[in-house]
Design a binder for this molecule. Structure first.
Ligand code: 13P
Ligand code: SF4
Length: 303
């Protein structure tokens, strides 16, 4: 068993010595979140990376998050402590898929969920996160939208932007996809007083039961601010753990068994420490991809 205190102190010392900015996603282990400068949903992470003044940025999350930080701050050194942490949903769409969809629907704009590779962003018109997707879809100047890769977020947005026609790709998040409607109904029966906060990466049959549908940060804010004393959470399990620690006066339950993103767990405290110590695992991207992807991400960050 690792001595977390010792490693945390070392990370804090190195962070100060190197003037590094550590950004963590809410799904990485809590002991990593605790030594980060900011814990973020995907939108806040991109914004903070774009505005960073530090020359060294460390992204505790998965590869597309490291790539987005590099795209938005290309002159900075961006490190990814878990270099083999991919996102299976991001891998479900390729630039060729996007080009084929564009050829099939020539009048449509391509909206690309930030959970995608830099190469896919480079052939898209605009990126979005779960917290910005609705706003961006409504504001796009077009009648048709090709949405990649998440079919669940895409159909959630399409149902709320009826004035536009949507063409959805068929990607999904394997972690959120495992949450079944039966889990939600059983949890609601077991905790009838609880309110339900759910991530839009879940299927429609799960999302329709949500009192709040939102990004990780929106789910946390809802749980903090609701008058309800019991909250059911439909997203990755680290959120349940974080809320239990943060809100000891409230009862926080996950639905079903625990839903874990194995890739987010690769950003361990030891991985962060060694990455910062050795300044290893730099995120690098070809210049043309970097420049083309930047346009789509800039539109998102400035939306
Ligand atoms: P958000 O933090 O933007 O809600 O994203 C969730 C997610 O699945 C990140 O991979
Ligand atoms: Fe990808 Fe899902 Fe993991 Fe997020 S939670 S990184 S979408 S697999």
């Amino acid at each position: 068993m690792e001595n977390f205190n010792e490693l945390q102190n070392e990370v804090l010392r190195l962070k100060k010595e190197k003037n590094a900015l550590i950004l963590a996603h809410y799904y990485v282990p809590l002991e990593v979140q605790d030594v980060s400068d900011a814990v973020c949903d995907s939108f806040a992470m991109a914004q903070k990376a774009a505005r960073a003044e530090n020359d060294l940025i460390v992204i505790c999350g998965v590869r597309f998050m490291g790539e987005s930080a590099k795209i938005l701050s290309p002159e900075k050194t961006v490190l990814l402590p878990s270099p083999d942490a991919g996102c299976p949903m991001a891998d479900m769409v390729t630039p060729e898929d996007v080009l084929r969809l564009r050829a099939e629907h020539p009048g449509a704009k391509v909206m690309c969920y930030v959970n995608s590779s830099a190469a896919v962003k480079a052939v898209s018109d605009v990126c979005c996160t779960s917290s910005s997707a609705l706003r961006i879809a409504k504001s796009l100047d077009c009648e048709e939208i090709i949405f990649v890769p998440d079919v669940h977020l895409g159909s959630y947005v399409a149902a709320r932007v009826p004035e536009k026609r949507f063409w959805l790709h068929n990607g999904f998040c394997p972690t959120h996809h495992k949450i079944a409607e039966a889990d939600v109904l059983a949890a609601k029966r077991a905790h009838p007083e609880a309110v339900f906060a759910v991530h839009p990466e879940c299927g429609d049959d799960v999302v329709k039961h949500g009192d709040l549908v939102g990004s990780t940060a929106e789910i946390l804010d809802f749980a903090r601010n609701t008058g309800a004393g019991e909250i059911l959470i439909g997203t990755e399990s680290e959120i349940v753990e974080r809320l239990r620690r943060e809100l000891p006066g409230k009862k926080v339950y996950g639905v079903g068994s625990s839903f874990v993103c194995p890739n987010m767990k690769k950003a361990t405290l030891r991985a962060l420490y060694e990455c910062l110590r050795d300044e290893k695992y730099k995120v690098e991207l070809p210049g043309d991809v970097l420049r083309a992807a930047r346009e789509s991400l800039d539109r998102m960050v400035n939306s």
